[in-house]
Write a protein that binds this ligand. Structure first.
Ligand code: TRP
Ligand code: ZN
Length: 454
């Protein structure tokens, strides 16, 4: 770029990049700064579907900036301030371009305040599933994987830039509003109820959630097997069906801590929406979201994601198998530890495509190598889940149980609350187990088609 604005402050910045060049979602996220905290103050009117918000984004400039981008898909922006001064802004597709009054020096921590409103949109994924903002019979859900969170707040919407969050949400009295982390306060005034949610641990924006509805809420103190408070919200009518499964959250979290290392967050729980409100479950941080009462395996899957995906977050969307392979393998391990098939038996069923042993073992997972989905529409396909789990089992076979589980716990400790790539994982697994695992990588992780030998 040629000349950027020269200002009285003496700093001469350059525009921050419009995207982080993710191999599947190149425009997701933005360059030139690192978001450290989001403060969202929101008001939702279920009748009109209108969301009114203020987003305060604290970030550090990684270069001198004359302008920078936020991602926001839809909504009307009323004003933008940077460090208390009105900033110029423009919009182009999902990019909200902000030009502060003064250029920002490299290393400077700055605060951007965006006032915005509108009816947030539902985004269709490349694979045809729905995300972003989903209206339900009695409220709404915000779900962000992979790029839906830009439908409801402006930000650096790529998993590589994790940040702390405070979400304040006001809804009409009679509604509950659930987000991630710890509930700091719930206050009723006049016809409204306000909730203040706090996530101290860094969170990727795709894991941020908001669930508004007439939920039945249950809470516990930290005095349970998980050692952290449990907060569950269940849509009316499903409380009875979901109750016995959700009662097992502390047990599942404690089991996960034994297998994968200390539970990474200050709270846990679940949100259970109506059957069919969403076509999938999502591992929203501290509080996975289900459409319909989950069974124990699905609960285990989404809670396992708290370690794999939420605490250790993929560096790019190409590293998705690190999320889904581990969460699927967690289901196999849970079964192994609770009188079901062993992981070896499950692995064999998948190799043999034995759908009697496991209905999911239909062979669809040979379509491509887990570390190389052929496009963004394939990042949630079977190879990423099942063949991803098979990769982990191959490491376990090569290393033995003791070294394998020590490696897994070391991995979650080393990358706790951070990001990791496939290359970092393969290098770490070899180092931690002391094995040359190149055949596992060449054949199972990166090779085309069904491996010749199990
Ligand atoms: N990551 C979710 C899980 O494994 C599933 C999921 C989220 C999904 N978004 C999706 C699956 C979109 C298909 C399409 O629990
Ligand atoms: Zn998953």
């Amino acid at each position: 770029m040629a000349v950027a604005g020269c200002t009285g402050g003496g700093v001469q910045g350059m525009p921050g990049a419009a995207g982080l060049r993710d191999p599947y979602f190149p425009k997701a996220g933005n360059g030139g700064y690192d978001a450290v905290h989001y403060g969202l103050t929101l008001d939702y009117a279920p009748g009109s579907g209108k969301l009114t918000g203020t987003a305060e984004i604290t970030a550090t400039a990684q270069q001198a900036l004359s302008s920078f981008h936020l991602d926001l898909d839809g909504m009307d922006v009323d004003s933008v301030d940077v460090d208390g001064k009105g900033a110029r802004f423009s919009r182009s597709g999902q990019e909200l371009v902000v030009r502060p009054a003064d250029d920002l020096a490299k290393g400077r921590t700055f605060r951007t305040v965006v006032h915005y409103s509108g009816v947030p949109k539902t985004v269709e994924d490349p694979d045809g599933s729905e995300e972003g903002w989903i209206e339900t019979d009695d409220g709404a859900l915000a779900v962000g994987e992979p790029v839906g969170s830009m439908a409801w707040f402006p930000g650096n919407h790529h998993p590589a830039d994790k940040a702390a969050y405070d979400v304040a949400i006001t809804v009409p009295r009679g509604y509950e509003a659930v987000s991630n982390g710890v509930l700091k306060s719930r206050t009723e005034n006049g016809g409204h109820t306000s909730f203040r949610w706090h996530s101290a641990e860094p969170m990727a924006s795709y894991l941020a959630t908001l669930a508004i509805g007439r939920y039945t809420v249950r809470t516990t103190t930290a005095d349970n097997k998980a050692g952290v408070p449990v907060y569950t919200a269940v849509t009316p009518g499903l409380a009875k069906k979901a109750g016995p499964v959700l009662d097992r959250i502390p047990e599942v979290v404690a089991w996960g801590a034994g297998r994968f290392g200390p539970y990474p967050f200050a709270a846990t729980g679940a949100i259970v929406e109506r059957d069919g409100a969403l076509g999938y479950a999502l591992e929203t941080q501290t509080r996975p979201l289900f459409a319909g009462a989950p069974d124990v395996d699905l609960l285990v899957h989404e809670l396992a994601h708290q370690w794999f995906g939420d605490s250790v977050t993929p560096r790019t969307w190409k590293d998705m198998w690190l999320n889904e392979g581990f969460a699927t393998y967690a289901e196999w391990l849970w079964e192994e530890d609770h009188g079901g098939l062993t992981a070896q038996e499950r692995f064999d069923a998948f190799y043999d495509e034995d759908t009697e042993a496991d209905p999911e073992a239909d062979g669809d997972y040979w379509a491509f190598p887990p570390a190389d989905p052929p496009g963004p529409e394939h990042i949630s396909d079977d190879p990423v889940y099942y063949r991803g789990a098979m990769v982990l089992h191959k490491i376990r076979q090569a290393a033995g149980d003791k070294a394998f589980f020590a490696m897994v716990r070391g991995w979650t400790a080393d990358h706790r609350h951070a990001n990791a790539s496939t290359e970092e994982f393969t290098a770490y697994a070899e180092r931690a187990t002391g094995r040359d695992l190149s055949e596992v990588w060449d054949v199972w992780l990166r090779g085309d088609g069904k491996p010749d030998e199990r």
